[in-house]
Write a protein that binds this ligand. Structure first.
Ligand code: C2O
Ligand code: CU
Length: 436
């Protein structure tokens, strides 16, 4: 190749959008914002957000690339940003007191890390999260496959609830102990925030990325007007796509769906209730796409997964306890705890050798469901028949239930393990572990 030809080729490559993503860098400013939480004819609300809005901007990058974020805190209270579900560097995990110092208001912090897995993730405040997430400090973080599936639209759908008055004022009782001792802070208004810019047509193939960003509410979701499959959970592709029926998202859980629009009118996101179904949101349709040939929904390309060493797996138990209406260890110093301990102290739940496999029995000895989230790793849910099930970062354990998870602890650092019902986390349901 002549030198001139090479320069031409290199010049062309620099213009291609994909290469310009090699590092996605931007400022993320946490600040007070005004947001339209209530339907459009209702009054706007004073909230917190990033870069002028809640949800914050949708951050997108390609798998393997770096995200470079200068975080500036202007909310008048300490904060930090956690990149939920990313199996990335411990120092960038955004947990004040464990992985970094709190970012005081007026200060800034640089987050720079690689996104190893393609999938649907999100970011949110990890300081006083039960207040800061409730006030709107969250946003989607989308890591694209190098060869994304062929769809007409890739649409992020955040599902949230708010405790809000008819005048649009968010209730301020974030530390309400009655809420924390029960199911957490439940909103009286819920909505799907659908990020669609383009017109959607009947016959289009959609990728929907559902994220439950609510602080405490579990959302069962029904989708109408489409036919398709769930292709990923908590950002991780399913080897076999599953039916969309019985979809339940605990706080922080995600589901990726690939589906064809079958309705002539709308695609609806419905929260089934005992009375009337509650429509969380809808995508109105504007005509018909007759160019798309029918094709099967294929699994997404798998992310890297370390193989668990089943024979030498360490057995551990994490017992949830506390809350209203159940007996508790006298050693709990707060409403909730794990294994007789509330909150973090100097002793980790366990210190793992890097690469060690552990089978952890999650025992829910309480009267409430809990969505247990491990930072920095995904884990397999072990099914009742012993077979390895879904590969998740947050698992929902109903009251009285026990579920084992199997995890290869291969990411070094100090990681949080907590209930993602953020009111429970606030009241002691958290611990930490170490991988070295
Ligand atoms: Cu979504 Cu401890 O995080
Ligand atoms: Cu909980």
């Amino acid at each position: 190749m002549k030198r001139r030809d090479f320069l031409t080729a290199a010049g062309a490559a620099i213009l291609s959008p994909r290469l310009s993503w090699a590092a996605t860098s931007q400022d993320l400013i946490a600040e007070p914002v005004t947001a339209q939480i209530l339907p459009n004819d209702g009054p706007a609300s004073a909230m917190w957000g990033y870069n002028g809005s809640t949800p914050g901007p949708e951050l997108r990058l390609a798998q393997g690339e770096f995200l470079d974020i200068r975080f500036l805190n202007q909310i008048g209270q300490g904060s930090a940003v956690h990149w939920h579900g990313l199996r990335s560097d411990n120092a960038m995990d955004g947990v004040p007191g464990l992985t970094q110092d709190i970012v005081h208001t007026g200060d800034q912090f640089n987050y720079r890390f690689r996104a190893p897995d393609a999938g649907t993730f999100w970011y949110h405040s990890h300081n006083r999260s039960w207040e800061q997430v409730a006030k709107g400090l969250y946003g989607p973080l989308i890591v694209e496959e190098r060869n994304p599936p062929d769809v007409d639209h890739d649409i992020t759908v955040l599902i949230d609830d708010w405790r809000i008055s008819e005048t649009g004022v968010l209730a301020g009782d974030f530390d309400n102990m009655h809420d924390q001792a029960h199911a957490g802070r439940m909103g009286n208004f819920a909505r799907a925030i659908i990020n669609t810019k383009a017109l959607v047509l009947t016959g289009d193939r959609l990728r929907l990325r559902l994220i439950n960003v609510a602080t405490d509410r579990i959302f069962p979701i029904e989708l109408t007007g489409i036919e398709g499959k769930v292709v990923a959970l908590d950002g991780m592709p399913l080897a076999e796509p599953q039916d969309i029926s019985d979809l339940v998202l605990a706080p922080a859980q995600r589901a990726d769906i690939i589906a064809d629009v079958t309705s002539p009118h709308s695609v609806q996101f419905v929260f089934p209730t005992r009375d009337d179904p509650y429509v969380l949101g809808e995508i109105a349709l504007e005509g018909t796409n007759s160019n798309r040939a029918a094709s099967a929904i294929r699994p997404l390309p798998a992310n890297m997964m370390a193989q668990p060493d089943l024979d030498n797996a360490l057995s551990l138990t994490l017992a949830m306890e506390g809350g209203a209406m159940s007996p508790r260890s006298t050693s709990l110093t707060d409403i909730w705890g794990f294994n007789g301990q509330s909150g973090l102290n100097d002793n980790p739940f366990h210190s793992f050798e890097r690469g060690q496999t552990a089978r952890i029995s999650l025992v829910n000895d309480t009267r409430f469901p809990h969505g247990i989230h491990l930072h920095g790793h995904h884990f397999f849910e072990v099914q009742a028949d012993g077979i390895l099930g879904e590969f998740r970062d947050t698992t929902l354990i109903t009251a009285g239930e026990t579920r084992d998870i199997l995890c290869v602890f291969d990411n070094p650092g100090k990681w949080l393990l907590h209930c993602h019902m953020l009111g429970h986390q606030a009241a002691g349901m958290k611990t930490w572990l170490e991988v070295s």
